[in-house]
Design a protein around this ligand. Structure first.
Ligand code: AP5
Length: 190
């Protein structure tokens, strides 16, 4: 199996790039944000709980997110590998993912981080908020709170994966095609 963590702050382009990479490398793409939004749309209990955090730009509690991610992986038991987008976002989630991969005699092969300046992130998300209907893109203060959550709780995962020699940083600014090529160069190397 090839298992990748596509990493980066809100608006870095994780979802956009995962769409291309999943086709190219025949991997299953799991976006925890998309799964939460699906549950919100369908008004499930998980969705209602997640919404109360997402609307403020805060992270959903770890155990809720870990349980959901494990269920998504189980649903795709025949996958030849995964692109994890938006997970892990905390140290506890990273440890849970390692345990899960270990239980499948597999591992995370790489964390690839899209590097984009904060002001570009804000500009991208304000632009998307005008048309996407995403509640967490609707207001600049919520967007900035998401970025703050990233620096406070998530950015430290760079150290977690660097310690395992699995961290790769990629410039996330440029055309979508150019960035796909940069990511592919890393994936092809590993
Ligand atoms: P999630 O859905 O993961 O959102 P996010 O991380 O905030 O990421 P985005 O989807 O906003 O950005 P992206 O990096 O995927 O960029 P995209 O390709 O969309 O999470 C939402 C919420 O769910 C969290 O805040 C949290 O509450 C909860 N959650 C999710 N996972 C969780 C977890 N593990 N633990 C706890 N809570 C969790 O692109 C953004 C925009 O930029 C688009 O408009 C796109 O068209 C544009 N764009 C992309 N690439 C380029 C480019 N190269 N040039 C110009 N524009 C570009």
């Amino acid at each position: 199996m090839t298992n990748l963590v596509l990493f980066g702050p809100p608006g870095a382009g994780k979802g956009t790039q995962a769409e291309f990479l999943k086709e190219k490398y025949k991997l299953v793409h799991i976006s925890t944000g998309d799964v939460f939004r699906y549950n919100i749309k369908n008004e499930t209990a998980l969705g209602m709980l997640a919404k109360s955090y997402m609307d403020k730009g805060e992270l959903v509690p770890d155990q809720v997110t870990i349980d959901m991610l494990e269920a998504e992986v189980e649903k795709n038991s025949t996958a030849k590998g995964f692109i994890f987008d938006g997970f892990p976002r905390t140290h506890a989630q990273a440890e849970a993912l390692d345990k899960l991969m270990d239980s499948k005699d597999s591992q995370i092969n790489a964390m690839i981080a899209l590097e984009v300046d904060d002001e570009i992130l804000v500009e991208r998300l304000i632009g998307r908020g005008k048309t996407s209907g995403r509640a967490d893109d609707a207001d600049e203060s919520i967007i900035r709170n998401r970025i703050t959550e990233y620096y406070n709780k998530t950015a430290i995962l760079k150290d977690y994966y660097s310690a395992q020699n699995k961290y790769y940083g990629v410039d996330g600014v440029g055309t979508i095609e150019a960035i796909t090529e940069r990511l592919s160069a890393v994936i092809d190397k590993i």
